[in-house]
Write a protein that binds this ligand. Structure first.
Ligand code: FEO
Length: 397
């Protein structure tokens, strides 16, 4: 059995990267990441769908050789230009000198800008165009801003396979299996939340457009650029992407706080206990100075409630908490039960600034409290009130 063969004459030729420390130079990769490429072999022509990050080119060629040997590649389809997928363009075009690069107008402009390829190597397509490889018809579906302006998907009509670019992708390298039936996919769910919220999170409305545009296709396999090929779990992953792109979340509360000497932390811990006492079960607490931003964003997207607290630090929000708020504002966060808490020693500033972020993002703050110096009985009374308000708002969701 060839585990790389997804359906007849469609092969996985992607690679694993277990060396890179941070994706996009920012996001931790504790379980690695895969850059997925695929070969589609028709009776007349062969196409390679996307390439890999530049440091993994040797592995890409080994994968290609293992599946088609010295057969030539006629087309290189570039669904997405981000360098984790386009890094092999020059090498592939050099290895297959007759191959044409297929892309839309925006792709081609970007390829020229990044890789300085001559005009005669391109075959420009527009939305809905098809190319027949001989028993394998590739149809191109433009899906801009999932996750760059040029992004598109490629659908094989005869096989019901869609090469979806970053959509339905996840962090986490492939550990042997390629199609979801060949592995235990449970742990990918957490990594999918993190991947979506970190990388694609800002583009929810474009993901919704792409989902609508592809909803009439008969899709049996989703071949994204990162993570497993989805087959038996298509329903689950489409639901995750659909919900996240509508900013819908799961029951639970994320608490993000900063604290210099433990006083603001004490409030965060008490809020969590009061929520738990009122029946909230999924509570994630992050000390923003210690937790990685990637995981804070992921939990904030995943759970319905978000409570953010900061001491006043040189008349500003404590810097790691502000970094989190900027990240959420950038991702146009909405549809949250939001509460805030702040503290100060002689002049109050952080708490108002936290609420200003909510105002800018047009999110109501359902409850807030501010503490001077350290927690006293009045603080705990306010915490109980805040917990009441948050639980009440969560019940209305
Ligand atoms: Fe995996 Fe947007 O690149």
């Amino acid at each position: 059995m060839n585990i790389r063969e997804i359906t007849k004459d469609v092969y996985y030729v992607g690679v694993n990267d277990r060396t890179l420390d941070r994706f996009e130079g920012l996001w931790p990769l504790p379980y690695g990441v895969s850059y997925n490429s695929y070969i589609v072999k028709g009776s007349n022509k062969t196409a390679l769908i996307d390439t890999v990050e530049i440091g993994s080119i040797r592995d890409l060629f080994h994968s290609i050789m293992s599946q088609i040997g010295g057969d030539k590649i006629d087309y290189l389809v570039i669904n997405h230009m981000e360098p984790d997928h386009s890094g092999g363009i020059n090498a592939v075009l050099a290895a297959y000198p007759d191959a044409k690069l297929i892309g839309n107008k925006q792709t081609i402009a970007m390829v020229k800008g990044y890789y300085h390829i001559s005009d005669d190597r391109f075959l420009e397509i527009t939305d809905g165009d098809t190319i027949d490889l001989g028993g394998k018809t590739l149809r191109f579906v433009l899906t801009p801003m999932v996750h760059w302006p040029e992004t598109m998907m490629t659908y094989i009509e005869e096989d019901g396979i869609i090469f979806s670019g970053d959509a339905f992708g996840t962090f986490g390298a492939l550990n042997g299996g390629i199609v979801d039936d060949e592995m235990d996919t449970g742990w990918y769910k957490d990594e999918m939340y993190r991947y979506y919220s970190n990388i694609v999170g800002k583009y929810g409305r474009f993901v919704q457009k792409a989902l609508a545009k592809t909803s009439n296709l008969d899709i049996k396999y989703i071949c994204s650029t990162h993570g497993p090929v989805w087959h038996s779990k298509i329903g689950e992953v489409v639901e995750i992407y659909d919900k996240l792109s509508k900013y819908e979340s799961e029951p639970g509360v994320t608490i993000i706080y900063g604290s210099m000497y433990g006083n603001t932390a004490e409030v965060a811990e008490e809020i969590a206990r009061q929520l738990a006492a009122r029946g909230v079960r999924n509570i994630k607490i992050h000390n923003a100075a210690k937790s990685n931003l990637s995981y804070m964003i992921s939990d904030a997207f995943r759970y319905e409630g978000l409570i953010v607290g900061s001491p006043t630090y040189s008349m500003h929000i404590f810097p790691p908490v502000e970094q989190f708020m900027i990240a959420m504002e950038t991702r146009e966060f909405k549809n949250k039960v939001l509460a805030t808490f702040g503290s100060f020693s002689w002049a109050s500033a952080a708490h108002k600034q936290l609420k200003d972020y909510a105002l800018k993002s047009k999110i109501d703050v359902v409850a807030s409290l501010e503490m001077k110096h350290s927690a006293g009985s009045d603080t705990f009374t306010q915490v109980a009130h805040l917990a009441d308000k948050v639980v009440e708002a969560l019940k209305l969701k």
